[in-house]
Ligand binder design. Structure first.
Ligand code: ASP
Length: 586
């Protein structure tokens, strides 16, 4: 038997018992003639002591131990003289009698403790060592717990967990596919699922009624902090439901998670139509933990000599409460912030509403105190506040102001990390126009149903058509999204046509789905949540990497096993593949 107890288990009540523990050596300390060893496993740390009076061969063995050696040891539980109230086993220590080295270890490249000295890259390269650290492991324990809570909850509502293929036909979700060549079908490829969208819809045709799956999805996109090429969704679909039923069911799931994991009741989730979210926050994923809402001052700011405003489609102001004392340097820094290429504003206008009631602005030349007072009124500003103004094309300016608002929220410390503000964004546009390719794209995906009252606009004004599509947003992070689906093959064909598919293309790619719809498809709707994001939010982390056991880095590489990698000539031949890399420029 390797152990009688774990390293997190022993208490004062075990005093005088003989116990056997196994684990990794976290730390070795010599104090006079005594040696102290911190022995670690997944459950905690227990202090071992080797007394001066211990047998020579034991002392000899102990002298050869090193950090991260795997040992088994037997000894007697003693009450500690100086207790450590920071750890649950801090009242006891083990007076060890024997030790067996189960495995030696090389000195690890970084310290295995909460504040490690290892940088990001190094910790990723030795991820199995990083995972030994309590802080990292705790995130994965939380992940496991949340998956179980979700499964139990959905199971209690009669959802059926169903696996769908990983090797499948491509389904567009707006990203590039990862593809897998088929050896048995030369020249043909599977795609890895961007989501199981079509399969879950087919399960509804099959009469499953309620489906879910905690499932890996793959999207070949440029990476950002909260993106991974493979990620996990809680994917769900229901039949004979309307939008309201889906929102109620999954608000229920989210509230249940908040209660079970965080012990909080976030209240009823507010609903904000997409158009309102864009007007007030310039974002379809608003962080509502603080106000600082957008004020459209286009009408009242135009008409003077300031051509930048006069030539702008949209002029928007936010009011930073109590920030009128911002220094020149701070304002310059804000200007540089919005001018960064990632944000892309051309400049920033400010109006200080001084505490004495006067105004000072970067555009004093063009406007007088009355103008500024007008703007201040529109923005509900008081003396002591600062107005920040951006202008330009509407959509881009909204996006830029959204970033500036968040930055001001951070600078003025208005964002409470411990607060959770979940909400639904509803009534998304069905389609999105792309200037570059001069065509419409589905904003959610091509299977999303238009709102019945907007169907008549499909021909005349497709850009105005709203969808029964919804997102769950928590603290400015999109946690999930879904829609009511088209379940009529004629409407689905029309949708494909709008999206620029010829009939042949639509048939080749989605014929099976439209065919299935001819055999009695029920009305259905669904949603998918980003499980990694959900866990990282609950763990209070910024990046989803920390809740994934073996994540990829930001160029999509697994730096631990060095994937992706080349394959052999034979493998390529077998797959009928030829690699044609671009010529290297010398
Ligand atoms: N398949 C969608 C997605 O991955 C979610 C859904 O519509 O259910 O975003």
């Amino acid at each position: 038997m390797y152990r009688t107890h774990t390293c997190g288990e022993l208490r004062i009540s075990h005093k005088k018992q003989e116990v056997t523990l196994s684990g990794w050596i976290q730390r070795l300390r010599k104090l006079g003639g005594m040696t102290f060893i911190d022995l670690r496993d997944r459950y905690g740390i227990t202090q071992l002591v080797v007394d001066e009076k211990a047998a020579d061969d034991l002392k000899e063995k102990v002298s050869k131990l090193g950090r991260e050696f795997v040992i088994q040891t037997t000894g007697i539980v003693l009450e500690r003289e100086s207790k450590n109230n920071k750890i649950p086993t801090g009242e006891i220590e083990i007076d060890i009698k024997s030790i067996t080295v189960l495995n030696k270890a090389e000195t690890p490249p970084f310290t295995i403790q909460t504040d490690t000295d290892g940088g990001d890259e190094l910790r990723m390269k030795y991820r199995y060592l990083d995972l030994r650290r309590e802080v990292v492991r705790d995130n994965l324990v939380l992940r496991s717990k949340m998956a179980i809570i979700i499964r139990n909850y959905l199971d209690s509502l009669d959802f059926i967990e169903t696996e769908t293929p990983v090797l499948m036909k491509s389904t567009p979700e707006g990203a590039r596919d990862f593809v897998v060549p088929s050896r048995m079908n030369p020249g043909e490829f599977y795609a890895l699922p961007q989501s199981p969208q079509v399969f879950k819809q087919l399960l509804m045709v099959a009469g499953f009624d309620k489906y879910y799956q905690i499932v890996k999805c793959f999207r070949d996109e440029d990476l950002r902090a909260d993106r991974q090429p493979e990620f996990t969704q809680i994917d769900c679909e229901m039949s004979f439901v309307e939008q309201e039923d889906v929102l109620a069911t999954f608000e229920g799931l989210a509230r249940h998670l908040f209660k079970e994991v965080k012990g909080i009741d976030p209240g009823i989730f507010p609903r904000i139509p997409y158009a309102e979210a864009m007007d007030k926050y310039g974002s379809d994923k608003p962080d509502t933990r603080f106000d600082m809402l957008f004020n459209d001052i286009t009408e009242i700011a135009k008409g003077k000599e300031f051509s930048i405003f006069n030539n702008s489609e949209y002029i928007v102001a936010i009011c930073a409460k109590g920030a009128s004392e911002y220094s020149r340097k701070q304002l310059d820094a804000l200007t540089n912030y919005v001018k960064r290429p990632q944000i892309g504003a051309k400049g920033l206008v400010y109006v200080k509403y001084n505490t004495d009631g006067t105004f000072k602005s970067s555009i004093d030349k063009f406007y007088d105190q009355n103008d500024f007072e007008n703007w201040a009124k529109q923005c509900n500003a008081n003396a002591g506040d600062l107005l920040l103004i951006l202008s330009g094309n509407k959509f881009e300016t909204q996006e830029q102001m959204c970033q500036l608002r968040l930055e001001m929220g951070r600078q003025l410390e208005l964002i409470d990390k411990n607060q959770f503000n979940p909400l639904w964004v509803t009534d998304f546009p069905l389609l999105e126009w792309d200037d570059e390719t001069q065509r419409y794209y589905a904003m959610h995906h091509p299977f999303t149903a238009p709102k019945p009252e907007d169907i008549e606009l499909l021909e005349s004004n497709p850009g105005q058509v709203r969808a029964n599509a919804y997102d769950l947003v928590i603290n400015g992070v999109e946690i999930g999204g879904g829609s009511v689906r088209i379940f009529d093959s004629a409407l689905q064909s029309k949708m494909f046509k709008l999206l620029g598919f010829t009939e042949e293309q639509a048939n080749a790619q989605f014929g099976f789905l439209m065919n299935a719809f001819k055999y009695g498809a029920p009305p259905h709707a669904g949603i998918a949540f980003g499980f990694d994001r959900l866990v990282s939010l609950f763990a209070g982390l910024d990046s989803i990497r920390d809740v994934i056991a073996f994540p990829k880095n930001n160029t999509g590489r697994d730096v631990m096993n060095d994937a992706p990698s080349q394959i052999s000539e034979e493998q390529l031949k077998e797959l009928f593949l030829k690699i044609a890399l671009p010529q290297k420029q010398s």
